[in-house]
Design a protein. Structure first.
Lengths: 342, 190
């Protein structure tokens, strides 16, 4: 009996161990870590953006050059090109100043969180949520303009020789100041008689820029339009529409940011289907700078970590040579794209 | 028959008796400790942290209830009230109208009401919602992220160990006081 029990033990224990291992493997396979595998729901319950992420390679006219420039910020928010090709990146409570070759030149510490900025030869116009700060290039505070109200959400600033234009997403209006900060007028108030439909700004992305033709371009995101206004507030033209085609704007509110090239072409950034495109001055699509697959997480609709699911918002600036600088806020880098040699 | 004693002079019976006494004391101590730590008497229940949710769909099927206790909820103060809402519409709708073929939700659980041009209000019909998070995914990918999932405590069975929490790939489930049962998203700075 003792001999039989001893033999049985030699078989039973290893058998139990093997069975446990097999059970663990089966359990691991059946219970997938990704929800799409584990939920058991059909494909109709899953958001699939894969068909929207493809772009004909023939339409991608730009290629990335050099290495991405790390901003060194925890939260990069905005990018602008200053004179002489100097880049300014606003984020955290500072403004980073980057030389044309990508070298970090300087860092201007602030006591507020900058949301947007514009640069001239001698000054930086920095937007916080509700007001504009004017800072000298040497970092000296020159002016702190009055608050635009508790509902203000300043998202973009543009400067010409006489004016400072401030896009306020919270109050859905463009403020026009003179260079001393004196308010001149509001631009974009709904006025059916003048053919001004009013700005629809569902999210805190509302960009503007001066174009070479002297008209102020404004992104009316909720209507998927790029509009052009005179400095007097007259709406001269508008183009863009929502749609599924590459030349259209997707999502509820796009383009989130844009920049104007020296020939009047417009480089737009979209969220949702993350892509950067180029349109001519009349709104005809001329090509693509970068598509969703060039941005980490740009095509995903299901994620393994919450960080991957965070919405990707790009900002863009251009230089006189036509290079496109894209601020990838999710990675805190500036990526440089140049037109491909034909 | 003489009892076998160990090196400390204890019999097996004495050892088991002492061990049982020690275990009982430890259990009593543990119960007292748990009672003290919950001195305020607030029960803990399960809830989803929307910041951690990855819209995986498991909430719809992992709940022990036939109809999941997890539903989509709407933070109206975050919503943009967009005419073209991707919590409501498929990413590539055939047309911008309420036709079923254009809607994101396979069950038609999200409805919309015209407010004024061009704004619409979007509402969730919880009797139709199964908590699959497809609309949440669309809203967060394209929009402001006002749609999110929450455990509805008028439906929840309050399992000691939530089956969905075990399934959740991003550890979005956490215990919250019953006096503050929801972790709703709120409008704030972006």
């Amino acid at each position: 009996m003792k001999h039989f029990e001893f033999e049985n033990g030699r078989i039973v224990i290893p058998a139990v161990i093997v069975a446990a291992v097999i059970a663990a493997i089966v359990a691991a396979i059946q219970v997938g870590r990704q929800g799409s595998k584990g939920s058991g729901l059909g494909s109709e319950y899953r958001l699939d953006l894969s068909s929207m992420s493809h772009i004909d390679p023939e339409l991608i006219l730009y290629e990335e050059t050099g290495n991405p420039i790390r901003t060194g910020l925890f939260e990069s928010r905005a990018l602008t090109m200053g004179p002489s090709g100097i880049l300014y990146v606003a984020g955290d409570e500072t403004v980073k100043i980057i030389a044309p070759e990508g070298r970090m030149m300087n860092s201007l510490p602030l006591t507020v969180s900058p949301r947007c900025l514009a640069a001239t030869e001698e000054q930086l116009y920095i937007g916080t949520w509700d007001r504009v700060l004017v800072v000298g290039i040497n970092g000296k505070m020159q002016a702190d303009w009055p608050s635009l109200g508790e509902d203000a959400r300043i998202t973009s600033i543009a400067v010409d020789d006489e004016h400072v234009f401030v896009a306020d997403a919270g109050q859905r209006i463009v403020w026009c100041f003179d260079r001393t900060g004196r308010l001149i007028r509001r631009i974009g108030d709904k006025d059916p008689e003048k053919g001004i439909p009013g700005f629809v700004i569902p999210s805190p992305y509302f960009d503007l820029a001066m174009a070479p033709d002297g008209l102020l371009r404004v992104a009316n995101t909720g209507r998927q339009l790029i509009e052009a206004y005179t400095v007097d507030g007259d709406r001269e033209l508008a183009w863009g529409k929502f749609g599924n085609n590459l030349e259209d704007f997707t999502s509820c509110c796009n383009p989130v940011n844009f920049a104007v090239l020296s020939d009047g072409s417009i480089v737009t950034c979209e969220k949702g289907i993350v892509r950067v495109k180029v349109y001519d001055g009349s709104g005809r699509l001329t090509g693509v700078v970068a598509g969703p697959r060039q941005f980490a997480g740009g095509t995903q609709s299901s994620y393994e970590t919450p960080a991957q699911g965070k919405q990707i918002i790009l900002d863009v600036a251009v230089d006189d040579a036509g290079r496109v600088y894209i601020l990838d806020r999710s990675r805190n880098v500036v990526r440089i794209f140049a037109k491909k040699e034909v | 028959m003489e009892s076998i004693k160990n090196d400390n002079g204890k019999t097996r019976r004495e050892f088991l008796r002492d061990a049982l006494r020690g275990a009982s004391l430890a259990a009593v101590g543990g119960l007292v400790g748990m009672g003290l730590s919950r001195g305020d008497g607030d029960e803990l229940i399960w809830q989803i942290d929307p910041a951690k949710c990855t819209y995986c769909g498991s909430c719809a099927t992992a709940c022990v209830l036939e109809e999941s206790a997890v539903k989509c909820v709407h933070a109206y103060d975050i919503c943009g009230y967009c005419q073209i809402c991707f919590g409501f519409f498929e990413p590539q709708p055939h047309a911008i109208n309420e036709g079923a073929e254009n809607q994101m939700c396979p069950l038609g659980a999200i409805g919309r009401t015209f407010v004024e041009d061009p704004y619409y209000e979007y509402n969730v019909d919880e009797s139709l919602c199964i908590g699959c998070a497809k609309c949440v995914d669309g809203c967060n990918t394209f929009g402001n992220g006002s749609l999110h999932l929450q455990v509805r405590h008028d439906r929840c069975a309050h399992c000691n160990q939530c089956a969905i929490a075990l399934e959740c790939p991003s550890d979005a489930f956490q215990r919250v006081p019953a006096s503050q049962p929801y972790l709703f998203k709120k409008g704030g700075e972006v």
